[in-house]
Ligand binder design. Structure first.
Ligand SMILES: Nc1ncnc2c1ncn2[C@@H]1O[C@H](COP(=O)(O)OP(=O)(O)O)[C@@H](O)[C@H]1O
Ligand SMILES: [Mg+2]
Length: 260
């Protein structure tokens, strides 16, 4: 579902420092959006606003044409720290999400669905009984992805979900999220926060770069279907390489401004 943000400004309650100012975003249904920007520029804050965990100080924030009031199962969230309850097994964590979303469905059917989801994210059935602390970071994040996709909300908000993972695990999970997103007929709208330009180019159909203090959109680039790249063709497409240079330069310019 689409998100429309117009002239949004935001300060955390009890402070007068503007974190976001005059922010404009227009995202269509089914887009894979990456939010790029330096650490501290307000990416997580923007995601919290879209999640409904914070409200705009001024301006408009619409989800599917309606103002956002509070958190909702319409918008699933995946955090960098996985967000799994440590006292529940991996399977129970996924099951909890399903039970909240589908309270009328038989528990046994939901449990079956958990096993299907584990398989879909490449985890063995025996992971069901493991506690989060017994799993690697990559496995925990696979569980969090299974939970988020299992709830089947039309929108998914992912805040640097692979930031803490090694390069190989990260590449595998990028492919996993892309394939889960691509497989569905009704594509989810995904907001994915990263500060990695290559990750953004590989995943997204639409890139927003946020500048610093207060943060606003400094670049808004849609990636046309014919320039969507894969891991293997990432450095073959001239248009993508030009965009990559532009993004890297903007990102560095933003750092340079702050350092001076
Ligand atoms: N709960 C909060 N109260 C006050 N300021 C906050 C709060 N959370 C984040 N901030 C400030 O908002 C700014 C943007 O933070 P954040 O959205 O986390 O940036 P990013 O995700 O891009 O690293 C930072 O300067 C941070 O210190
Ligand atoms: Mg953040």
């Amino acid at each position: 579902m689409g998100v429309h943000i117009e002239d949004l400004s935001f300060s955390y309650k009890g402070t007068d420092r503007l974190i976001l100012e005059h922010l404009n975003i227009d995202v269509q249904d089914g887009e894979f959006v990456c939010l790029l920007g330096q650490s501290g520029c307000g990416k997580s804050t923007l995601l919290r606003l879209i999640a409904g965990l914070e409200s705009p100080t001024s301006g408009e924030l619409l989800f599917d044409g309606e103002p956002i009031h509070g958190a909702s199962l319409e918008r699933g969230i995946v955090f960098q720290d996985y967000g799994l309850f440590p006292w529940m097994s991996a399977g129970e964590n996924i099951l909890l999400g399903l039970t909240q979303k589908f309270p009328d469905v038989d528990k046994a059917d939901l449990k079956k669905r958990v096993y299907e989801l584990l398989e879909a994210v490449g985890l063995d059935a025996k992971i069901y009984r493991k506690l989060p602390k017994e799993l690697s970071g990559g496995m925990k994040q696979r569980c969090a992805i299974a939970r988020a996709f299992g709830i089947d909300s039309p929108m998914l908000l992912m805040d640097e979900p692979f930031g803490a993972l090694d390069a190989v695990t990260r590449a595998r999970l990028q492919d996993l999220v892309l394939s889960l997103w691509g497989k569905e007929e009704e594509k989810k709208t995904i907001f994915f926060v990263t500060h990695d330009v290559d990750e953004a180019l590989l995943l997204s159909t639409h890139i927003y770069m946020l500048g610093q203090s207060p943060s606003h959109v400094i670049l808004d680039e849609r990636i046309p279907e014919e320039h969507r790249v894969t891991r293997n063709t990432q450095f073959d497409d001239k248009w993508i390489l030009d965009l990559r240079n532009k993004l890297v330069m903007e990102m560095n310019r933003d750092i340079a401004c702050r350092v001076e």
